[in-house]
Design a protein around this ligand. Structure first.
Ligand code: 3PG
Length: 213
């Protein structure tokens, strides 16, 4: 099933993005997100601990849909899927990266930030994509302007999305879900403050539930 369609249809269309420095914290982190009402987590492949984190969550917290973010190469695709990632997200897209993501058989959200990049994906039959870096590239106004000419495309805006802007994005017809680190900020992870993550997740869930549906 396409990832955005599934998240969009879920009660809480929010994708927590996490940068894990300590793999041992990944399991309690995933449990905190689940407890707060967000049973999904994108682990960015930006730290040496990322693959171990994906492995641990896939094995120990099956109720959390764990995926990999910051996938930038065919090697990243193979590493992530090998570790148990159930979806893949990339900040941008090349032909080679898209080939690898599609061949993996795992749902993916290739990144775009322009109409031409979105058209290139639509041309290949890919309708679900990440809009990155969302806030810096033009925010909700920009995404809204793409809805007219590119009605088939569905986006997950990520990059600078906050508790304050999530609702506006979610109110757009071409937004399937929103993503970001605001739910699991680096400071809370460093402090192993799972209670804080749980309460941020609950706040995100409460903020975003029922915006459109
Ligand atoms: C990403 O990888 O999607 C973004 O870096 C998330 O960024 P944020 O911290 O702006 O939410």
């Amino acid at each position: 099933e396409p990832l955005l369609a599934a998240l969009s249809a879920s009660a809480v269309p929010v994708l927590p993005v996490v940068v894990v420095e300590d793999a041992a914290g990944a399991v309690p982190l995933a449990r905190a997100l689940v407890a707060g009402g967000l049973p999904v987590m994108e682990v960015t492949l930006r730290t040496p601990a990322a693959l171990d984190a994906i492995r641990a969550v896939a094995a120990e917290v099956p109720e959390c849909l764990v995926g990999a973010g910051t996938v930038r190469s065919a090697r990243g695709v193979a590493d992530a899927v090998g570790a148990g990632a159930r979806f893949l997200v990339s900040p941008g897209c090349t032909g080679g990266l898209l080939d690898a993501m599609e061949a993996s058989g795992v749902p993916c959200l290739p990144g775009v930030s322009t109409a031409s990049e979105a058209l290139a994906l639509l041309e290949r039959g890919v309708r679900e994509m990440k809009f990155f870096p969302a806030q810096a590239a033009g925010g909700a106004a920009y995404l809204s302007a793409l809805a007219g000419p590119l009605p088939e495309a569905r986006f997950c805006p990520t990059g600078g999305v906050t508790a304050g802007s999530a609702r506006e994005y979610l109110s757009l017809p071409n937004v399937g879900c929103v993503g970001g680190t605001w739910v699991a900020p680096p400071a809370a992870l460093a402090a192993r403050d799972w209670t804080r993550v749980e309460s941020l997740a609950r706040a995100a869930a409460g903020l975003c539930a029922g915006v459109r549906r």
